[in-house]
Write a protein that binds this ligand. Sequence first.
Ligand SMILES: NC(=O)c1ccc[n+]([C@@H]2O[C@H](COP(=O)([O-])OP(=O)(O)OC[C@H]3O[C@@H](n4cnc5c(N)ncnc54)[C@H](OP(=O)(O)O)[C@@H]3O)[C@@H](O)[C@H]2O)c1
Length: 429
Amino acid sequence: MAKRNWRVGVAGLGTVGAGLLKFLTEQPGFAPAGGQVTVSGVSARSRSRPRTVDIAGYAWFDDPVALASSPDTDLFVELIGGSDGPAKAAVEAALKLGKPVVTANKALIAEHGAELAALAEANNVPLLFEAAVMGGTPAVKMLREAMVGDDVTAVAGILNGTCNYILTEMEAGSRPFAEVLAEAQARGYAEADPTMDIGGFDAAHKITILAALAFRCAPNYAAAEVEGVDQVELLDIKLARDLGYRIRLVASATRTAEGVSVRVHPSLAPLGHPLAETRGALNALFIEGARIGRIFIQGPGAGSGPTAAAVAADIADVMTGAVRPVFQAPAGTLMPFIALDAAHRTGKAYIRLLVKDQAGTIAAVSETLAEVGVSIDSFLQKPVEDAGVAPIVLTTHITPESVVLEAVERIAALPAVLERPKMFRIARI
Ligand SMILES: NC(=O)c1ccc[n+]([C@@H]2O[C@H](COP(=O)([O-])OP(=O)(O)OC[C@H]3O[C@@H](n4cnc5c(N)ncnc54)[C@H](OP(=O)(O)O)[C@@H]3O)[C@@H](O)[C@H]2O)c1
């Protein structure tokens, strides 16, 4: 597949697409194997929209499928986004025509990765998506290529910069979630519709992809358990800190003999732990392998320059001619994804209650925990707040998750407990 001149079609001219065009204009001969990249054409929704790059010199395509199918396009780069619609149609069109595809689209790969991998492999062309996870920080190549000689047992980290920025700012300025989110939106750090980020769905797409690469199983986004940061209150950030922890949105995937667990939850990381110390919009990831041991990477997870650099690295891979399976193993041999149920998961938890300041409340909570078999590691009662309301926070020893969830249900039903208790996992990384 080695070629001197690659004609690249770029669909999507937003943050990443514009960053890529800028890079290709400045460094068309960037690929280490030699060869040049020229842009065969571009596509976006609006031809007339003002852009940060000059597109006047490129052939324009209203339809990204037409750009992918054009005889002038050797390699198709999809930077539109979305799991379905034009992004999927254009990627499929390119693969069916035997053209390599590079994409930054985590939703597409997490939700349709298995079928697209089969299509790419049937047509003997690469389908690369380094930029889809951790933007400029090379998590995908690490799992797909560098970990082939190992058996990865777990991957876990911070995969959404917007959430990490919000949590960092809440703590730093002692400000509530809604205020920090509004400011992040005003500054362009968070989308106008922030649901994908703050709801944990963006991180779930990414950890679904990493799980498939790590465990050689078909990506299964539907099996991911997802909780976002929207339920993290400033009170919990402060109480967690008093106990020696910092709250982070942790995305994790674990493989055991019983199955695979893929999840995203606000979780407590001990102060001083690399995840607790990952601040602002940075991303971070631990990879745990049976032979290599533990690897930690940290870096920018988004942004025009970093993400375009990851797309360019994939383009360079195509230019070298190497074709590897899309995930770590050929699509036809990917293992089925067997989700691990809560009974097989164990861990420590943080449980926070708001209770009426009345005699017997602490005894009732302790008895309830004892009844279901939860043993308490630490217990903290804060001074009474307004109108006789007292926050109580406790952490548990390692307990089956199903038991902790049962304890939360029972505590919620106690007459002195004023609202549903908050339960966050304590990260085991
Ligand atoms: N932003 C990041 O830092 C980052 C990081 C990692 C991965 N990603 C991924 O990269 C992809 C692109 O993200 P982005 O942030 O660059 O998005 P963006 O700024 O919203 O840009 C999306 C682009 O797609 C175009 N588009 C939308 N619908 C289209 C259609 N029907 N036909 C043709 N073009 C269409 C838009 O056209 P108009 O410009 O005309 O509206 C726009 O140029 C997504 O999959 C995202 O998840 C982004």
